[in-house]
Structures are given as structure tokens and as C-alpha cells.
Design a protein around this ligand. Structure first.
Ligand code: DGL
Length: 265
């Protein structure tokens, strides 16, 4: 019997930061990655559009691949789509949400930066996370769609102007209290973490959800006695045009995707 793959879903290439953590911790798993690049970017979209696109793609993916579980590797989508996705689909759905709790456990200055999409920084879900886990911290929120685009360009091998990055992180350091921890609350952002680190005016600890998600997936796979034998193959699906993929192919090949093709829909 062939093992069932897991699905990793995002609006673009951000979920690849989760894919990399999964491959490191669970190298025996086959991954079906889906980029809804036709719907990209999700950050500025109305919530109902994001929920509809996410649940539509996941429903197609589950019907086609019968995965063991699916990860919504997108904070913007997870913070609003999880209840509907779980209601519609009969497999475990893992969401990726801003890592406020670990940041609160790490921050000595009790001042945390949250860098995410404009959608995520405004969500009720994010307010609740801050209230539950970082009530005694100052949380400085910065929403940026531009950084999402820059991360996409970086993976396509384009040079990024450090001044653009500086402008994006600047509002985190405008007040008297500077954060000592910055939560990367968008899965695209770990892809440019080193570049961000080179432009911040003081040392910070960058915190994302990747490792915690890989741990959660490992626990779920063990709980469900998932089968681990058979060849490991990774497939990258997209919803946009074939041309939209051309400049990404070298990065995807380097990440061991053996098949790169459109999602049947
Ligand atoms: N990667 C996504 C996230 O984690 C969103 C990027 C977008 O705006 O589409 O929030």
C-alpha cells in the first residue's frame, strides 16, 4: 500500500517555509503542495473571498489525493477559514496562526512585534491570541502586503532592495519601547528572514510557526497510525497560468518537487 500524502496549502510560495520544516522533521512524508496563485494575494482580500477560495481548493485537493491531513499554511486564511474547512472535510486540518504564545514566552522586554498581512493583523483571531497569551506585553502590529510580494520575488531569484525592507520594518521601531521578539505572522516572511535581520536597527529574535506545525503534524500522524512506507514524492500544484510558474521552477526543483502542474478544477 502506498502512503497517503499530506497537503500543504497557501495563496503562493509562503507555505514552502512550512514545507521545509516538515521535510526536515518528517522526511518520509510525501507532500502535495498547492499554491492558489490565481487568488494571490490573500492579505488585502475580503474575508469571505479568502474562506471561499481556501475551502474550494482544499475540497478539490482532498477529493483528488485523499491526503492523511491538510495544513492551511497561510495565517491570513487560517485565522478565518478553519471552522468551515473542518466542517466540510473529514480529515485533520492543521492551521497556521501567528506565534504570539512562544513570542510572549521569549520576550524579556515584554514588547513584541507582529509582522503579518494587513488581513491577519486586524483579525479578531489575532486580538484573541494577544489577549490570551501576551496580555502583559506591548504588541506592535505591522501589516504589509509589499513584503509578501518581495518574498515571492526573492524565491524567483530577483534582487531585493534593502531600503524597501527597511521601510517595512521601520514602524516596529518608532516608539520608545523596541521589540526584542518579532513574530513572522505570514508564512511568506521566513523566506526573507535573513534579509530582514540585516536591516533591523537592533538584535531581535525572529519567531515563526514552522517548527510547531511540524511537531503537530508528527503527533497527528502518530495518533492516526499513518503508514510511512513507499516512495517519497513531492508534487507542486498551482491555480494560475503555466507562465506564472516559469521563474519559480529552479527554486521548486531545488526543493525536490518532482511534479509541477496545474490543479484540476
Ligand atoms: N502566506 C500567507 C500568510 O501566511 C499570505 C500571503 C498573501 O497575502 O496571500 O498569511
Amino acid at each position: 500500500m502506498q502512503q497517503k500524502p499530506i497537503v500543504i496549502f497557501d495563496s503562493g510560495v509562503g507555505g514552502l517555509s512550512i514545507y521545509q520544516e516538515i521535510r526536515q522533521k518528517l522526511p518520509f512524508l510525501s507532500v502535495v503542495y498547492c499554491s492558489d496563485n490565481e487568488g494571490f494575494p490573500y492579505g488585502p482580500k475580503p474575508e469571505s473571498d479568502v474562506v471561499d477560495r481556501t475551502t474550494y481548493c482544499l475540497t478539490r485537493l482532498v477529493a483528488q489525493y485523499q491526503p492523511a491531513l491538510a495544513i492551511i499554511a497561510c495565517n491570513t486564511a487560517s485565522t478565518i477559514s478553519l471552522p468551515k474547512a473542518r466542517q466540510l472535510l473529514d480529515i485533520p486540518i492543521v492551521g497556521v496562526v501567528p506565534a504570539i504564545k512562544p513570542a510572549s514566552q521569549t520576550s524579556k522586554k515584554r514588547c513584541i512585534g507582529l509582522l503579518a498581512t494587513p488581513g491577519t493583523v486586524e483579525r479578531d483571531y489575532t486580538d484573541q491570541l494577544i489577549q490570551d497569551f501576551a496580555g502583559d506585553c506591548e504588541v506592535i502590529r505591522v501589516g504589509s502586503s509589499e513584503l509578501v510580494h518581495l518574498a515571492e520575488q526573492h524565491l524567483r531569484g530577483e534582487a531585493i532592495n534593502p531600503d524597501e525592507l527597511k521601510k517595512i520594518v521601520e514602524p516596529l521601531f518608532n516608539g520608545n519601547n523596541w521589540p526584542d521578539c518579532i513574530v513572522l505572522g505570514c508564512t511568506h516572511f521566513p523566506l526573507v528572514q535573513e534579509l530582514l535581520d540585516s536591516v533591523v536597527p537592533a538584535p531581535v529574535t525572529w519567531i515563526d510557526s514552522g517548527e510547531a506545525i511540524a511537531r503537530r503534524v508528527a503527533d497527528l500522524m502518530a495518533e492516526h497510525h499513518a503508514h510511512h512506507e513507499g516512495p517519497v514524492e513531492h508534487c507542486f500544484l498551482y491555480t494560475g497560468s503555466e507562465e506564472s510558474m516559469t521563474s519559480l521552477i529552479p527554486a521548486l526543483k531545488a526543493m525536490d518537487f518532482s511534479e509541477i502542474t496545474g490543479l484540476d478544477h
